[in-house]
Design a protein around this ligand. Structure first.
Ligand SMILES: NC(=O)c1ccc[n+]([C@@H]2O[C@H](COP(=O)([O-])OP(=O)(O)OC[C@H]3O[C@@H](n4cnc5c(N)ncnc54)[C@H](O)[C@@H]3O)[C@@H](O)[C@H]2O)c1
Length: 257
């Protein structure tokens, strides 16, 4: 029960990793603010928290819009009186197109959600944490934040950027009691991978999936719950000396071939 009396905001809470994080934090006693886009199924996020008897609210927000981000932080503090942890996790994969042909508006959208959104999350949530003596932020990057990938230049650039933001924020915010770390998952079993498999493989999506899994040293994708376990550790007091860290959760895939 590492999050008893704590309040945790999860963005992208209606997606695969977000839902697992809601479940994990709620199972450890956290009160939850589940944030996702208008039209996403946030009821399913609330239903993940319900069995654990914790309070949970849903807020629809576009994480790339400052006013929306300010609103979810205000909503959190208005409802629960504090904000202890931000899991800054909302993200989009963008389109799979070579960088010479990548449409400008698609590039901008990926950067806006994945990079600007992470910055905005920190910008608006950290003051609420500081007002209460401190907190922890975990940003979702990717193994695509550590190496290139053909056809995914915007996504790769955004996730490299998340690591830069994480390191800078860790330096700026820790004197005020806020630790900031990043996680770098390799392919995880969520909608995003189904979309990428289809984007790369078309009607051969299943073959792409098998190939990607086989290339991982553990021979499989990761599970959202496995990511959530790392995120909960980094957000908890167990990680009290961990700041500015970049944590792969990838079965060993970035270690080499
Ligand atoms: N699945 C993977 O293989 C994988 C690997 C590495 C990193 N990631 C990262 O993990 C995070 C979660 O992805 P996932 O795999 O759960 O995918 P997902 O598509 O299941 O979930 C992403 C969620 O983010 C929400 N979202 C998108 N844009 C938003 C916005 N502007 N404002 C608010 N919410 C928004 C979506 O509605 C969705 O619910 C993303 O940042 C992704 O880049 C995923």
């Amino acid at each position: 029960m590492r999050f008893q009396d704590k309040v945790v905001v999860v963005t992208g809470a209606a997606g695969g990793i977000g839902l697992a994080a809601v479940r994990r934090f709620a199972s450890e006693g956290a009160r939850i603010v589940a944030v996702d886009l208008e039209g996403s199924d946030l009821d399913v996020a609330l239903s993940e928290a319900e069995p654990f008897g914790v309070d949970a609210i849903a807020v629809t927000a576009d994480c790339s819009e400052g006013a929306d981000v300010a609103r979810y932080v205000e909503g959190c503090v208005a409802e629960f009186g504090r904000l202890d942890v931000l899991f800054n996790n909302a993200g989009i994969e963008g389109r799979i197109i070579g960088l010479l042909d990548y449409p400008e508006e698609d590039f901008d959208r990926v950067i806006s959600v994945n990079l600007r959104g992470v910055w905005l999350g920190m910008k608006y949530s950290a003051p609420a944490m500081i007002a209460n003596g401190g907190g922890a932020i975990v940003n979702t990057a990717s193994t695509a934040g550590l190496m290139g990938a053909r056809g995914l230049s915007a996504y790769v650039a955004s996730k490299h950027g998340v690591l830069g933001l994480t390191k800078s924020a860790a330096l700026e915010l820790v004197p005020q009691g806020v630790r900031v770390n990043a996680v770098c998952p390799s392919p995880i079993e969520t909608r995003m991978m189904r979309s990428l498999e289809e984007g790369f493989g078309g009607d051969q999506a299943e073959m792409i999936r098998k190939d990607l899994a086989a290339r991982n040293p553990m021979g499989r994708y990761g599970e959202p719950d496995e990511v959530a376990a790392l995120v909960a550790f980094l957000a908890s007091e167990d990680a009290s000396y961990i700041n500015g860290g970049v944590y792969t959760i990838d079965g060993g895939s970035v270690s080499g071939r």
